[in-house]
Design a binder for this molecule. Structure first.
Ligand SMILES: [Zn+2]
Length: 320
């Protein structure tokens, strides 16, 4: 018997965000499945509806939606267009999608205390919290119907396995179809931009925050070990030479970490002061992304024993 090749249709949906348009994918398994939805905006909704129509579908035909992670450009329309469909994702997506009040309050409180320890001025922390709320405005409000974890096979999509790929987001999963070595990588793997390993608070009663860049690198290696032939990305073009791309990404991490280490003065410095030195033109505009970059690479240096932290008056300093 000759088996039919897996057909994955890509739809490009506009977003109002810096990252540009987002890719969503249709997979025709036993259930008609949509991977990610685009943000909750009129423009995204129209484009998605039109594109589905061209493929011969109505939104009502979609039987299940899998979300790669909780960011608004990926989960925006789960409520508006696909409230009828089964919603599938990682457990850490659920409180974001439900916009759980106590969870949001926990996140905001965590950011205040965490970034204060890193000497970020209060006004800038307020900005980060505001941006977080702004993003939540583009997220559909709806809890998950099915929680998936590492190794699970998705109902209705025989042969597709869940690969947990935390780092960019604590809720991030990728999907792997081993028979044809196809990976849907969401924002974990993007060809034209390096994903930011965004700082998030600890989940599930963990005491320590996740070291997001270390997690991210680990999850990249895990995907490389799968040896996918093609990676469908959350943004931009598909990737056919994953090894080549990841060689570049790992080198970027090394270069950044080395450069950061070289500008740490003898007497030590806070991550925020380093952020100002490293990203003088964008740290005020993008405090969360730039601080995540800096702290992530400092975590990498600390793990290798190249820098150490000391706490003075409740503020964390990095020393060589
Ligand atoms: Zn994302």
């Amino acid at each position: 018997m000759i088996s039919k090749a897996m057909k994955i249709e890509k739809i490009v949906v506009p977003t109002p965000f810096l990252v540009g348009p987002v890719n969503v994918y249709i997979i025709k398994g036993d259930s008609l499945t949509l991977v990610d939805t685009g943000p909750n905006s009129d423009q995204a909704k129209e484009v998605l509806k039109e594109s589905l129509k061209k493929l011969g579908y109505l939104p009502e035909d979609i039987e299940q939606v899998i979300v790669t992670h909780h960011h608004p450009d990926h989960v925006g329309l789960v409520e508006d267009l696909f409230s009828h469909a089964k919603l599938i994702g990682h457990n850490n997506c659920d409180p974001w999608l439900r916009k759980d009040r106590s969870f949001i309050a926990f996140i905001e409180n965590y950011f205040y205390s965490f970034f204060q320890q890193h000497a970020v001025p209060k006004g800038l922390i307020e900005k980060m919290v505001k941006v977080n709320r702004y993003f939540l405005g583009f997220t559909g409000r709806r809890g998950l119907d099915v929680v998936v974890k590492e190794g699970d096979v998705i109902d209705g999509l025989p042969g597709w396995k869940v690969i947990e790929t935390p780092g960019h987001a604590q809720s991030h999963i990728s999907l792997y179809y081993e028979a044809e070595r196809l990976l849907i990588g969401g924002d974990h793997i993007i060809s034209h931009i390096s994903s930011n390993a965004i700082i998030e608070p600890p989940y599930d009663g963990e005491e320590k925050r996740p070291l997001t860049l270390l997690q991210y690198r680990q999850a990249l290696k895990k995907c490389l070990d799968l040896n996918p032939r093609k990676v469908y990305s959350g943004h931009g073009e598909a990737i056919e030479d994953l090894k080549g791309l990841l060689d570049i990404r790992f080198k970027e991490h090394e270069d950044k970490a080395n450069r950061l280490k070289s500008i740490i003065p003898e007497e030590g410095i806070t991550s925020f002061e380093l952020c100002k030195l490293y990203f003088p033109h964008i740290y005020l505009k993008e405090p969360m992304l730039t601080m995540s970059e800096i702290i992530g690479h400092l975590d990498l240096l600390e793990e290798r024993g190249s820098v150490k932290t000391i706490v003075k008056n409740g503020i964390i300093f990095y020393e060589k």
